[in-house]
Design a protein around this ligand. Structure first.
Ligand code: MTE
Ligand code: HPA
Ligand code: MOS
Length: 769
């Protein structure tokens, strides 16, 4: 059985040897052009005229196209309000104004300097507060509530209130946005894209070029990282490269460089959350009210769903009897913010974890104790939106990690250390993740798979899942190999393509393996059922290759099993090699390909009421982190992190451990060093690796212990596994709370002001004040 084993990532060796093909590794085709875009020079303004004559004269420039060349200039993941190329109002700095096709990149750079724009500048809105003041929102107010918050707040022994602010985050995938287009006969076009969402890319390309969907095929071999940044935002680039290819009838590619990518694409949403909390003497939360405001940037993109997920994660891992959660997306003149690992979950979760840290300090108790008091446990396990937390593993995880991390002893050591050290500070904290698995937009919880079995017994699987490093292809490979009892080397997962799998959802919401893995398993089982029937007939009647057989689905054939590349009849003890059986089936004209569809059952969240089954299940985990802070520079080291994750019955523990450690470190980056800096006119100043700091190997915890909880209860997911991609991201937050804990120990009056990210400057300022 390959399922549950540490099968190496299917691209591991070719990534290391450099043989893996990314978009820009594709050999140039005959006549292939390169493309680039011109970004707007202001963050808000009316574009009155574009003059391209001089630029067109640059040697090597083949064409310059504007919104006038597009059949349809509007796209959007939720609301179709976003121009592919500016046609009237420039809404953020660097917004694409026109696209240039040329023989080489130098010509594009020269042309950009010669394009003349007439712009009438308009005052910009650049922060959440100004948007709130102007009532300038991208969405209507959303609400989730239970009980009576006001009453709880008035009658509680203790109350606190405050504002929690978090910054954005750049995805920093190693491969920037990239796409290529090949014009074909009869107006067909083939798009290769670094996209998490080939179907949407196909649709946006078709709509913008005035084509039907059947004229466009979008292929995704792999991405060099996506992290949510390529869920919606790959599509408009594909339109631009498609436009050049279609207009000039030549193949084209568009590879965005790092600086341009960072300036033009959306990031994680900054939030400003206003909260109030009521609690008793023991720290039990009686009521919680939070008003979330996210910075959506210039356009809606996925912001509405991201806000919703933030609201659905505002309870964190904690049961709160009286809750009121309100949310709104602010419109500002920056890049349109988008999906990023966690999809709003981290922002909602970070707020409640921060509030708990404040409750603990106020009551002069250890925050671990406050978390123990409030964690989902006991009789009522309903979330504020009414979903039951089933097979709840949270209390078990908290209890186990307290022991495995040696929390009590280390807490005492931290207190002692802070009394004696003149130069450094320590802090320690536990935080949790209870991440809801499913797209909150119900219709997206569907997938289809195509499985082709060849005569030599090897299999090609095609699904809508896209590989971005997370290992979905390897898991699908294991699922198919496991179904037929063959080695994974006999299964090849094919490039994702809209001509094999249609109407697919983005590979997102951590559910790529859940959905596509299940569809794959169903398709495999359909083929297996036919093969089983063939074998049964063969056993009983001595079927000759020339006979025709009827496939009989009515008998119980569970005694026939697929194992070790053989098909075995456990009743008679007879067996046949899979390859031989395939040959018999083929000669008897039995299909060995199949297609299957899967939709997650039981989902139903009523957005208007803020109630219902939003998720299929929860992926849970907890982390304890300890930090050491230099009092004079604010420099922070993570001394030790212990993580315990409940991933159900992991399909591939090795890959999952990689996901947990990677997500944690990315989460840690968000809460510490990653700081987006804008000028006061809305220009992103931190747009390269020299000015934007992601965590390096030096920043990972000096001692890093990751464990998986044993849990066989998740019967609603393929092979009882659980999704892993995003949930551990939220645990990076334990580092932030450990920093907050450290600041409390010397500057209690300042600790509640700690912003996220807690950069060195931020920490040193709070310690100095
Ligand atoms: N891991 C790697 N190496 N690269 C990525 O881009 N994206 C993350 C996560 N893990 C990502 C990753 C995000 S945002 C999601 S939603 C999931 O992978 C998507 O894949 P899955 O649904 O197959 O887990
Ligand atoms: N998560 C991630 N991506 C999404 C979602 C979601 O819930 N909904 C739409 N895109
Ligand atoms: Mo992940 S943010 O759902 O692509």
């Amino acid at each position: 059985m390959t399922v549950g084993k540490n099968v190496p990532h299917d691209s591991a060796s070719t990534h290391v040897s450099g043989e893996s093909i990314f978009i820009d590794d594709r050999p140039f085709l005959k006549n292939e052009m390169v493309c680039g875009f011109l970004g707007a020079p202001v963050s808000h303004g009316r574009l009155k005229e574009i003059r391209v004559e001089k630029a067109l004269n640059v040697p090597g420039v083949l064409g310059i196209f504007t919104h006038r060349d597009l059949a349809n200039n509007r796209w959007g993941a939720i609301v179709k309000e976003q121009p592919i190329l500016v046609d009237d109002i420039i809404s953020y700095e660097y917004e694409p104004v026109c696209v240039i096709a040329a023989e080489n990149y130098k010509a594009i750079e020269k042309a950009k300097k010669l394009i003349e724009l007439d712009i009438e500048e308009i005052e910009s809105v650049l922060c959440i507060q100004k948007s709130i003041d102007n009532k300038d929102f991208l969405t209507a107010e959303k609400k989730i509530a239970r009980g009576d918050f006001e009453k709880a707040f008035e009658s509680a022994p203790h109350t606190l209130e405050g504002i929690f602010e978090n910054g954005g985050q750049e995805h920093f995938y190693l491969e920037s946005h990239a796409c290529a287009a090949l014009p074909l006969e009869n107006n067909q076009i083939e798009i290769h894209s670094s996209s998490q969402h080939p179907s949407e890319t196909q649709h946006v390309v078709a709509q913008s070029l005035g084509l039907s969907y059947h004229q466009v095929v979008c292929v995704v071999k792999r991405m060099g990282g996506g992290f949510g940044g390529k869920e919606s935002q790959a599509a408009p680039f594909a339109s631009l490269v498609g436009l050049c290819a279609k207009k000039l009838k030549r193949p084209a590619r568009m590879i965005i460089n790092k600086d341009d990518d960072m300036k033009v694409t959306g990031k994680r949403h900054p939030f400003k959350n206003f909260w109030k909390v009521a609690f008793d003497n023991e720290g039990k939360i009686l009521g919680y009210k939070i008003k979330l405001f996210s910075n959506g940037g210039a356009y809606t993109d996925l912001s509405e769903s991201i806000l919703e997920r933030a609201m659905l994660h505002s309870d964190g891992c904690y049961y709160i009897p009286n809750v009121e959660i309100l949310g709104r997306v602010c419109k500002t003149n920056i890049h349109s913010n988008t999906a990023f690992r966690g999809f709003g979950g981290p922002q909602g979760n970070a707020t409640i974890e921060s509030v708990i840290e404040e409750i603990a300090h106020y009551l002069k108790k250890d925050s671990f104790e406050i978390r123990e008091k409030n964690i989902y446990q006991g009789e009522d396990l309903h979330t504020p939106y009414g979903q039951l937390v089933e097979h709840n593993t949270l209390p078990e995880i908290l209890e186990k990690i307290k022991i495995s991390s040696d929390y009590d002893k280390r807490r005492k050591e931290v207190v002692e250390f802070n009394k004696s050290s003149q130069t450094h500070l320590k802090g320690i904290a536990v935080t949790g993740t209870k991440f809801g698995i499913a797209f909150t937009a119900r219709f997206l919880n569907q997938a289809n798979a195509l499985v082709n079995m060849h005569l030599d017994g090897t299999i090609q699987v095609s699904t809508g899942a896209t590989e971005m490093g997370q290992g979905v292809n390897t898991k699908i490979q294991q699922i198919a190999a496991g179904a037929f009892g063959i080695p994974v080397s006999k299964v090849q997962v094919m490039p994702t393509s809209t001509e094999k799998n249609h109407n697919t959802s983005p590979t997102a919401a951590s559910s790529g393996s859940d959905l596509n893995g299940m569809a794959t398993l169903i398709a495999c089982n359909k083929i297996k059922q036919r093969l089983t029937s063939v074998y049964n007939t063969h056993l009983s009647g001595g079927l000759t290759p020339a006979d025709e057989i009827e496939v009989d689905n009515t008998q119980d054939l569970s005694h026939i099993v697929f194992e070790d590349s053989f098909v075995k009849d456990t009743k008679s003890g007879k067996s046949i090699s899979l390859k031989e059986l395939i040959s018999i089936a083929y000669l008897n004209r039995v299909s060995m390909g199949d297609y299957a569809f899967y939709k997650t059952p039981g989902l139903g969240f009523d957005k208007a009421l803020g109630k219902g089954q939003a998720f299929n299940y929860y992926t849970n985990g907890m982390a304890v982190s300890e930090v050491l802070i230099d009092k004079f520079t604010g420099e922070t080291k993570v001394l030790r992190t212990d993580i315990l994750m409940d991933l159900g019955r992991s399909i591939n523990p090795g890959i999952d451990m990689g996901q947990v450690s990677g997500a944690f470190v990315q989460g840690m980056g968000w809460v510490t060093a990653e700081n987006l800096v804008y000028s006061d006119t809305g220009v992103l100043l931190s747009h390269s690796p020299t000015t934007y700091k992601i965590p390096s190997i030096q920043d990972t915890p000096r001692e890093f212990n990751i464990d998986l909880l044993e849990n066989n209860t998740n019967d609603v997911c393929v092979h009882r596994s659980k999704a892993v991609g995003e949930p551990p991201f939220l645990l990076g937050n334990s580092v932030w709370n450990a920093i907050k804990d450290a600041v409390y120990s010397v500057r209690p009056e300042n600790a509640s002001k700690l912003r996220l990210p807690a950069t060195c400057e931020e920490i040193v300022t709070l310690l100095d004040e």
